[in-house]
Design a binder for this molecule. Structure first.
Ligand SMILES: [Zn+2]
Length: 212
């Protein structure tokens, strides 16, 4: 499993221009009991850290609690599918599942829609073998950070409105488990420029949901 590649769903304008200020992007999380708060907090921290160099400030909201009207540069809904906890000893570490998409984001008429789904089970299976020797608390940390990296990849597609991938970094088309768990894994400069351009070009969006 160590070298198993899990393909992220490929999605697809690149303009290079620097925004004068940060773009506020709301990410509405559809999280439930299967997404422990501690893991969600870890993934939020990682995703924000990865997007900060592109001038993107993420504002996190829970979809079910959202009710007020707010203005953002862009709005994204992120759903986490499955149990978002790291693999447990003796139960899931022995999985030898086939590589699966870690996340997916729909495309309609050439537009990458702002609705993404992260497959926690696929991330869990990909990282299980390398988690084997990690203590419990460390597993939570690594797993939350890995989920944050997968979400950042999808936000790259959505905010950049690009289906293209990069050769290196978070914008690569597929990840090795060791990359998802590495101390350092980030966007490289070309992807940062795509993100900057996309986020600053986004039409300001009014977020108003009923939590359904
Ligand atoms: Zn991709």
């Amino acid at each position: 499993m160590r070298n198993v590649l899990a393909a992220l769903v490929g999605l697809v304008m690149v303009c290079v221009c620097l925004p004068a200020q940060e773009a506020e992007v709301a990410v509405y999380l559809k999280a439930g009991a299967e997404q422990p708060a501690a893991i969600v907090e870890l993934l939020q921290r990682e995703t924000q850290a990865l997007l900060r160099p592109a001038g993107v400030k993420l504002v996190w909201r829970e979809l079910r609690e959202a009710s007020r009207h707010e203005d953002f540069q862009a709005v994204v809904v992120a759903r986490f599918e499955g149990s978002c906890t790291p693999a447990r000893e003796d139960v899931e570490l022995a999985w030898a599942g086939r590589p699966a998409a870690l996340a997916s984001t729909p495309v309609q008429d050439g537009v990458i829609l702002p609705f993404t789904t992260v497959n926690c089970g696929a991330v869990k299976r990909l990282t299980a073998a390398l988690m084997r020797d990690e203590p419990g608390a460390r597993r939570n940390y690594l797993f939350g950070r890995a989920l944050g990296r997968v979400l950042a990849h999808e936000l790259y597609h959505i905010l950049g409105q690009t289906r293209l991938h990069a050769d290196k970094g978070i914008a690569k088309p597929a990840f090795h488990a060791r990359e998802l768990l590495a101390e350092t894994f980030a966007f490289h400069e070309p992807a940062i420029l795509v993100l900057r351009a996309g986020a600053s070009d986004s039409v300001p969006a009014a977020a108003e949901t009923t939590g359904r």
